[in-house]
Design a protein around this ligand. Structure first.
Ligand SMILES: [Fe+2]
Ligand SMILES: [Fe+2]
Ligand SMILES: [Fe+2]
Length: 417
């Protein structure tokens, strides 16, 4: 499939009416977990498209170009509204959160296994273990506050157990900035991957920024605040991987191409026939956006789309699915890793005065105040053990104890890994 070879509809013909923007939501009781994940992913992708469009407009003085960008952005907003309406009103903040973290785990693991750039793969594997741990902490919040088992929501495709403990995720901002790729030399999948994962993590960050204050319990709000700060680190890491040398119009073309690829992937892999039709319609709209972006590039920069995207043929579709064995392998091998400037290293190999320890000392203070730890202690205190869903013992022996939450691993030097 090459979207540059399809015939696009004119942009004015794809403006939707209010009725089209109000589809029936999915049923939270029988939705496939990965349909929920696709809705979250595409919502985040549209959010990125809208915000990229606003930033573009604020960095351009040509009002004719800004009108064209406003038209494209209006269409992206409509798509976001339509996708946002697929989430049912009776799905709670926390249920939806479990979907966010399942997406973060299985999208990241899926991309990592396809990634041919070892540096980008390392970035994915690194943050993978953190979102995996977030899933466990939120699942325990759900057990504590609602007595609900998150394994039902994730359909048992994704394990729910400790990863790299969240208390160890809090690093100095200097350690999240990585080397950027160059689109000219990167493979098509690497280019797509950096854009996709940045938008997805950014959506998680934004979601937690907005919902933390709406969560009903004080300890739950604290957990959202803490994990929200880790998502800021993830967005910094992934965003820093993206090519920094694109013009705004090149970036626009790459965004549209990525959207085309994601809707096409969603359409190819969707199991709910009604939602599959939604993806098909939005894919066709994106083809129009893509051709419009290519025209703008030609008009304003005198360049062909093929100079930015030499071969528009899509790689295989992105499939969201379980990755239990893969996650276990990464967890067993790299649980004690932390970030060090552009690299990653075992925390036991850091210099004593490393920024990591300074930052940890400031933000964590007393570990009992760290909610990602405290919530597990609350569940243990009430139920005698934590809540988890695992198909075999945790690959890291220090994380097997269900009656004690480990706060040293990957954080306190000298702790065996
Ligand atoms: Fe879009
Ligand atoms: Fe994340
Ligand atoms: Fe678009």
């Amino acid at each position: 499939m090459n979207p540059f070879e399809l015939k696009p509809k004119p942009l004015e013909e794809i403006i939707m009416n209010w009725k089209q923007l109000s589809p029936k939501p999915y049923d939270k009781h029988d939705v496939d977990p990965y349909t929920r994940c696709r809705v979250i992913l595409m919502n985040g992708t549209e959010f990125e498209a809208v915000w990229y469009g606003h930033q573009f407009s604020r960095h351009t003085g040509d009002n004719e170009l800004r009108r064209q960008v406003a038209l494209l952005r209006r269409l992206e907003q409509q798509q976001q509204k339509l996708i946002g309406a697929l989430k049912p009103a009776d799905e709670t903040i926390l249920e939806h959160t479990i979907g966010y973290e399942q997406l973060a785990v299985d999208l990241t693991a899926g991309l990592a296994q396809r990634e041919d750039n070892p540096y980008v793969k390392q970035a994915l594997d690194f943050a993978l273990l953190e979102d995996f741990d977030h899933l466990y902490r939120y699942a325990d919040l759900m057990e504590f506050d609602d007595g609900q088992h998150a394994e039902e929501l994730v359909g048992r495709y994704t394990e729910i157990m400790p990863g790299r403990p969240t208390i160890a995720h809090h690093r100095h901002p200097f350690d999240s900035v990585k080397f950027h790729i160059q689109n000219r030399t990167a493979s098509p999948m690497t280019r797509l991957c950096t854009g996709i994962i940045t938008a997805a993590e950014q959506q998680t960050m934004n979601y937690y920024m907005n919902v933390a204050a709406f969560y009903p319990t004080a300890w739950g709000q604290k957990l959202y605040r803490e994990i929200g700060m880790v998502e800021e680190q993830h967005v910094t890491q992934y965003g820093s991987l993206m090519d920094t040398e694109q013009t705004w119009l090149e970036g626009c073309l790459n965004h549209q191409y990525t959207e085309c690829y994601l809707y096409w992937s969603a359409m190819e892999t969707e199991t709910d026939p009604r939602i599959k039709n939604v993806w098909l319609m939005l894919f066709e709209q994106e083809v129009s956006h893509l051709h419009a972006a290519a025209n703008l590039l030609e008009t304003y920069e005198g360049r062909e789309a093929a100079q930015v995207i030499p071969d528009g043929t899509f790689p295989d579709p992105l499939l969201l699915t379980g990755n239990i064995d893969y996650v276990r392998g990464v967890l067993g091998g790299t649980v004690c890793n932390t970030a060090l400037r552009e690299d990653w290293t075992n925390v036991n190999d850091l210099a004593r005065g490393a920024d990591f320890f300074t930052y940890q000392g400031i933000v964590n203070g007393d570990v009992r105040d760290v909610e990602s730890h405290a919530i597990i202690e609350r569940v243990i205190g009430r139920d005698g053990e934590d809540y988890r869903f695992e198909v075999a013992p945790n690959p890291v022996s220090a994380l097997r104890d269900r009656k004690r939450d480990d706060t040293s691993l990957g954080r306190v030097q000298g702790t065996p890994c």
